[in-house]
Write a protein that binds this ligand. Structure first.
Ligand code: NAG
Ligand code: NAG
Ligand code: NAG
Ligand code: NAG
Ligand code: NAG
Ligand code: NAG
Ligand code: NAG
Ligand code: NAG
Length: 413
């Protein structure tokens, strides 16, 4: 225990270091019959634990420690710390994909490229390989057990929705009774819906998605403003549904694709700080201010002893022209990122998170995703006349983002 606590305080620093158009794993209350399961789980996690804790800790002390193992606390001296998970390359691997989107009721039609007629299948078989380590193989049963009694929450734009769908499809491969997995309000997936929550009933956990494309409050028509202002983003107020993101065990954010003139100024949306509309404020400055608001919110509202917080960086698109009408679909990943490995949004996220006083893990997916010009839904989105080189096919790249999140949780203790 003491070792554990020490590693906690050492870890109060953060580890580390972006529309498209259109854990504690385990509850403290452990029943006797689940002890053997706990021990299996312990073996997985135990590999990372100093042996002395196991001996000295004793059974009753160990359980709470393990409970915390899959939970919030900063980041320990583990493989994910020594290894930069985001510096690597894609390797061909026949054991992928991990699921079939046509058999997953939570993969929306628009992302099911095979189901929409894509013929080449190589794009399904690339695994991300960090230079100096491996991402642990996805073991659905361990993960399902680890998520028991937990709440996983995705917040952001449609890229978050894709990742939410991906995680559900990954996890459903380990669930025998598919009917035990359902959307809590019986809602179908739609683009504008604010909340979707899928419950894994046999495991008593939910995987939730909150649509909040800017993370801050978007309000209509403030009074006494120039006519062109139809709505504003209140950069100093986090989204009004943010109270529902608290009390989660794993919380994953993204934002970026909506911070473009076409989604803002061209629709009459301008920035607002307190009671003042800032007509001349640039997008990068506003994005920074919104993230600062997010950062203060995390520091104030999130108990990072319980909640493991992630922020995913910008997910590059692969349009072949400025007007976002034409896709440059390839059948293999590119060998170079072609400059798409950097993004102002990603840099801002890194800067803001570095300055946080609580641990938040940045998922620096920009570069790894930049190679994958082969993996967008392109013309296989169910509507070939409007190609889409922003969103990703499922199965595909978002699965890897999830595998990386799961590897953090596994290696945490
Ligand atoms: C982290 O682990 C490595 C080897 O596993 C060790 O050399 C290093 O001293 C450890 N660092 C800390 C801060 O404990
Ligand atoms: C994000 O990852 C890429 C690829 O490894 C790297 O070039 C970049 O420096 C990283 N950004 C940060 C801030 O770590
Ligand atoms: C995916 O599932 C569908 C429906 O069961 C099936 O028709 C299709 O062959 C499967 N695709 C692959 C690649 O296994
Ligand atoms: C289900 O999980 C919640 C926490 O999310 C917990 O309060 C509740 O006791 C759990 N129910 C069962 C039957 O384990
Ligand atoms: C969800 O979609 C199914 C199939 O398209 C449809 O039958 C059902 O009515 C829809 N449910 C809701 C709540 O819209
Ligand atoms: C988190 O845990 C640490 C160490 O156990 C404790 O000092 C701190 O007060 C806790 N923070 C919260 C918000 O509970
Ligand atoms: C499309 O992708 C190919 C292969 O990566 C590249 O050589 C070409 O320059 C790209 N075309 C455009 C218009 O981006
Ligand atoms: C970091 O946070 C401190 C204290 O909140 C603030 O004064 C400083 O300007 C921040 N630095 C950056 C680079 O944001």
């Amino acid at each position: 225990m003491s070792t554990f606590n020490r590693s906690k305080s050492v870890n109060q620093r953060s580890l580390g270091v972006g529309t498209p158009r259109s854990a504690s794993f385990g509850s403290p209350r452990v029943k006797l019959n689940s002890v053997s399961r706990w021990f299996r789980w312990l073996v997985v996690i135990g590999a990372f634990l100093p042996f002395s804790i196991a001996i000295a800790g004793g059974y009753f002390y160990l359980l709470p420690s393990l409970t915390q193992a899959f939970q919030g606390f900063g980041n320990s001296n583990d493989s994910t710390k020594e290894c930069n998970l985001f510096d690597g390359n894609w390797v061909f691997d026949d054991s992928y994909p991990l699921y079939n989107a046509s058999e997953c009721p939570f993969a929306e039609q628009g992302f099911n490229c095979l189901g929409n007629g894509r013929r080449d299948e190589d794009y399904l078989r690339w695994r991300w390989k960090p230079k100096s380590c491996d991402i642990p193989r996805f073991n659905v049963h361990d993960i399902l057990e680890g998520l028991r009694n937990k709440r996983v929450v995705f917040v952001g734009d449609s890229m978050s929705r894709t990742q939410w769908e991906s995680l559900i499809c990954l996890l459903m491969t380990g669930v025998e009774d598919k009917n035990s997995v359902y959307e809590v309000n019986n809602h179908n997936i739609t683009k504008r819906i604010r909340f979707l929550g899928v419950r894994f009933n046999s495991f008593n956990f939910t995987v939730e998605f909150f649509r909040s494309v800017f993370l801050v409050q978007h309000v209509w028509m403030p009074r006494h403003v120039p006519r062109r202002v139809r709505s504003t983003l209140k950069l100093d107020k986090l989204d009004d549904i943010s109270n529902r993101w608290v009390n989660s065990d794993i919380l994953i954010f993204n934002s970026g694709h909506w911070w473009v003139p076409g989604k803002l100024f061209e629709t009459g949306c301008y920035f607002q700080v307190a009671n003042t509309v800032k007509l001349g404020m640039s997008i990068p400055v506003a994005f920074r201010m919104a993230l600062d608001t997010w950062a203060s919110w995390v520091e104030k509202m999130i108990d990072t002893n319980r909640t493991r917080v992630f922020f995913r960086t910008y997910e590059p698109s692969h349009w072949s022209d400025q007007s976002n009408r034409l896709c440059n679909e390839t059948d293999r990943p590119m060998s170079e990122t072609g400059g798409k490995d950097r993004s102002l949004f990603s840099d801002t996220i890194m800067e803001v998170v570095k300055n946080l006083t609580v641990p938040v893990t940045v998922l620096n997916v920009t570069a790894m995703s930049a190679f994958r010009s082969d993996a967008h839904v392109g013309k296989w989105n169910g509507n070939p006349s409007i190609p889409d080189c922003s969103h990703w096919c499922l199965p595909g790249v978002p699965d890897m983002w999830n595998e990386i999140i799961l590897s953090y949780l596994l290696s945490q203790s």
